[in-house]
Design a protein around this ligand. Structure first.
Ligand code: AMP
Length: 293
């Protein structure tokens, strides 16, 4: 039986715990989450255990990253089963602060990462990334880990956090970890519990469509044509598309040709009220093939 992982709720207690590990020479990893943990989050813990001696998982449903009509109130909160899952995987500490611990009544500072946040999820959720960047900056400064792990499922978030840490000289290494999927390809997400049985059957079409678009683009199909066909396929499958775009990962500039630096196809789409996001890397084009325009 795995040891029950301890939970601290105060920044001071977190700092004490980290200081005692540091005194022993241990390296520390932080994994920020909003709880409602699934195998994807557990895989981040295992990934972190390969890179640090101690792994902290923060659980905080951050109000400032939700829009007024989004699911902050109903976002699943499952701390008891989260603790069980994290004990099972051998995490060292849960940091689960209250909203009051994180935000003073007159809290007035915001971290804005411009440019990278103008497109994709940033365009459809205007205040989302300011909320994310601000809370992650706070968590990093509270825990002062050596590394922090973020899932590639939320690829734009990973890029935004990397840019913020570089720009603000926060002494932490940000590392991306692969997306964990159901056997039919659907990316695990805490929001999948919102899907009806019928929607759950449709949901893997998002990933299949993104992968096929990425494959077609790498094979030389025009980016615009590949994306148009993909949109039609998703709509025919019952999705309402928020965005479907191919962008370079260096700066999230739109990909117009299949040549150039690494790129991904990014998609966000609704099934009923549930918004799913995913992304797929554009495979590197075979040498000698002429890219399409
Ligand atoms: P959240 O689910 O929003 O609380 O995300 C917490 C962290 O887990 C983020 O870094 C996510 O990118 C990551 N994450 C969420 N789903 C997955 C998944 N299916 N595979 C790997 N990482 C994930």
């Amino acid at each position: 039986m795995a040891n029950r992982v301890a939970t601290v709720r105060k920044i001071g207690s977190l700092r004490k715990r980290v200081a005692s590990w540091r005194a022993e020479g241990d390296g520390v990893a932080l994994i920020p989450t909003m709880g409602s943990l699934h195998e994807g989050h557990q895989s981040l813990v295992r990934f972190a255990q390969g890179k640090a001696d101690r792994v902290i998982v923060s659980i905080f449903v951050n109000p400032t990253q939700f829009g007024p009509n989004e699911d902050f109130e109903t976002y699943p909160r499952t701390e008891a089963s989260d603790r069980k899952a994290l004990s099972g995987v051998g995490a060292d500490l849960i940091f689960a602060p209250s909203v009051a611990e994180m935000y003073a009544d007159d809290f007035s500072t915001q971290v804005n990462v411009s440019g990278l946040t103008d497109c994709l999820c940033g365009a459809s959720r205007p205040h989302h990334f300011a909320g994310v960047a601000t809370v992650v900056a706070k968590l990093l400064l509270q825990a002062l880990p050596d590394i922090a792990i973020f899932g590639e499922k939320d690829y734009q978030q990973l890029l935004v956090i990397k840019r913020m840490v570089r720009d603000l000289d926060i002494p932490v290494r940000i590392v991306g970890a692969p997306t964990v999927r159901e056997s039919d390809g659907l990316a695990l997400s805490s929001r999948n519990v919102y899907l009806t049985a019928g929607q759950r059957q449709t949901a893997p079409l998002l990933q299949r469509t993104l992968v096929d678009a990425a494959t077609d683009i790498a094979a030389g199909r025009a980016v615009s044509g590949a994306l148009k066909a993909s949109r039609a396929r998703l709509e025919a499958g019952g999705f309402r598309i928020d965005y479907l775009e191919a962008r370079r990962i260096s700066d999230l500039a739109p990909m117009t040709r299949s040549e150039g630096g690494p790129a991904r196809v990014f998609g966000a789409a609704f099934l009923g009220k549930t918004r799913l996001i995913d992304n797929a890397p554009v495979p590197r084009a075979a040498k000698g093939r002429r890219p399409a325009s």
